[in-house]
Design a protein around this ligand. Structure first.
Ligand code: HEM
Length: 311
């Protein structure tokens, strides 16, 4: 955790030394106030006397690092199933949970990017889509962590997780829907979806996605959006006149980057799957790698790809 510290009693303004955001606090000689990173001691608020007898990290007590981040709850959620225990199952669970946390963050950012587009704040949409891309690249890289597991070690616990599968990740599907790939068939194919997840997915299918927001922007600028052919002609017009449509062009580039990295993840995931289970079928009941290979060519914004051939 870096940067922002939680508000409310994190030190400094009341004369108490600032608390580090995480981990162990810097050591200070007994009695001497700790120095801020820049070397100068923390400023005391005018009028408030320095508190005697307290050591760094002891003040407040209202909000701690662990309480703010709900670490007791978070760290008790990795529950391996295998019996006898399998060493790599913790890695498998941790990696998947880390993905789900990032999926949550991506939904937060993409939703905000869509709303920024709809509100005419194109700079903000771009700013958020840039963050989306950085996180998505991390998710592609993260596949490597799980690849340190050998197929033999995976087999020690694979049967204990069936019929669970990444296919049932509601957040992953929400991301696809929100990005523009709305396929209602997935709702019918989901097994074990909770009612809350079903409602969320239905909402994602019904609400405008990133592409809808972008097309609305084209229309606002007087460009035709009546059907794919007209949209494509509008995209060509945007690409050819970057003086006039520079903001729309940059957004289109951000969208295609998002699309491209999502496709990279699908390709990387199936490669890992083949390395782990070869031609075996999936725990979720699909054909496994063949099913996943079929999904690799999926594109959120086919018109942006087609545009290249028209320039
Ligand atoms: C040993 C590692 C992994 C194996 C062997 C594996 C295997 C599979 C297989 C075979 C499928 C097809 C559905 C099925 O029948 O189960 C699938 C789908 C999926 N997996 Fe994985 N997976 C692994 C790791 C991961 C990780 C780390 C994630 C991260 C969230 C993930 C997310 C997904 C998602 C989202 C799908 C659905 C893809 C789609 O429908 O396009 N998988 N996985």
């Amino acid at each position: 955790m870096g940067g922002d510290v939680p508000r409310g009693g994190t030190g400094g303004s009341d004369g108490s030394p600032p608390r580090a955001a995480g981990g162990s606090p810097p050591r200070a000689a007994a009695g001497s106030p700790p120095r801020a990173a820049g070397g100068s001691p923390p400023r005391a608020a005018a009028g408030s006397p320095p508190r005697a007898g307290r050591r760094f990290g002891e003040e407040g007590g209202l909000l701690t690092y662990g309480a703010y981040l709900r670490l007791p709850e978070l760290l008790s959620q990795q529950v391996p199933q295998a019996d006898p225990p399998a060493h790599d199952e913790l890695l498998f669970i941790t990696v998947h949970q880390a993905y789900e946390l990032w999926f949550k963050q991506l939904l937060h950012e993409i939703e905000a990017a869509r709303d920024a587009m709809s509100g005419g704040e194109l700079w903000r949409a771009q700013h958020l889509l840039h963050r989306v891309q950085v996180i998505e690249r991390l998710l592609v890289e993260q596949v490597e962590v799980l690849e340190t597991m050998t197929p033999q070690d995976f087999l020690e616990f694979r049967s204990s997780l069936a019929p669970a599968s990444g296919f049932q990740s509601a957040q992953f599907r929400e991301l696809e829907f929100l990005s523009g790939a709305k396929d209602p068939n997935f709702l019918a194919r989901f097994r074990g979806l909770t009612e809350a997840e079903r409602l969320r997915l239905k909402r994602r299918l019904a609400e405008p996605g990133l592409w809808d927001a972008y097309v609305a922007l084209l229309a606002e600028r007087g460009l035709g959006v009546d059907g794919d052919d007209q949209i494509l002609r509008s995209l060509v017009a945007v690409a050819r006149d970057r003086v006039r449509y520079g903001d729309l062009w940059r957004l289109a580039e951000d969208l295609i980057s998002h699309d491209e990295i999502a496709a990279l993840w699908r390709a990387r995931h199936v490669q890992m799957v083949e390395r782990q289970i070869g031609t075996k079928s999936g725990t979720g009941g699909s054909t496994g790698a063949p099913y996943l290979r079929e999904r690799v060519p999926l594109r959120y914004y086919p018109l942006l790809w087609e545009l290249r051939a028209r320039l």
